[in-house]
Design a protein around this ligand. Sequence first.
Ligand code: ATR
Length: 282
Amino acid sequence: MNINWNTELYCLIGDPIEKSLSPEIHNYIFNINNMNCNYMCFNVEDNNLKQVLDTFKILGIKGFNVTIPHKIHIMKYLDDIDEEAKLLGAVNTVKYVNGKLMGYNTDGAGFVKSLVDSGISIKGKKILILGAGGGSHAVSVKLAQSGVKKIIILNRTIEKSKQLAYNISNKFKNIAVEYDDLKSFSKYTDVDIVVNCTSIGMYPDMDEVPVDISTFSNETVVCDIVYKPIKTKFLQSAEANNMEIVSGIDMLINQAILSQKIWFSVDENMFLNIDEIKGILY
Ligand code: ATR
């Protein structure tokens, strides 16, 4: 890719951003569509977030993604937030337009698309969500919106699972919602789908798992939103127990494509399909 005076910079901010695959995905899409854009990663600590956003405005950075741990508290620094991101309670995509930073969320839709693409039905299902951070907000609220029957939220900090469960039951009256401590997972093994939305298993702590998946039925579909490594220890142990798995890489690619749709206001057809993008990552 040639960089010249009017190359547009897009980026990811988070902490840690080490081993992120987002640059590979976005730069591949830019190249294939002959776009004069480049995507980079910036490690931004929490106490520098506001200053970085102000600097992005000064530099005229047109769009960026947001990852752990900023997806929730970045919302207070943005000029406006779209309805979907407000509903999901987290932002992973920001567009700078008309002097304003506008927040969006493509994680929830990206996750649900990864289930649909794998032929997994959601309607009427019992879902166990592990974690109550920004990723968990997006995934669990989007699943609630997509017609599941029951959602159970488990988190190390029980106050956060309580808050998220309360938000969901307020917004979606006909869904059963429960919450508990992550350590109590053995009470909740009778579910159709388990989603790891904690950062457990992420590089460099690749040997950890959030729960012992062998205690669940092998009919359970096991999903991870962690994508580095592409197949986490959690997914490996689910596979060893003959369970169907969905990797976080599918959600990552879907949310990236949806972010580009927001930045460039274009039709999805301009991009490649998920399998073609996966081909460059594996
Ligand atoms: P993201 O925006 O990617 O969801 P986050 O908001 O920082 O990131 O959330 C990370 C999630 O992983 C939280 O649910 C966190 O639990 P706490 O709310 O108790 O912090 C969970 N998590 C991270 N490390 C964990 C660990 N070692 N054990 C259990 N849960 C962990």
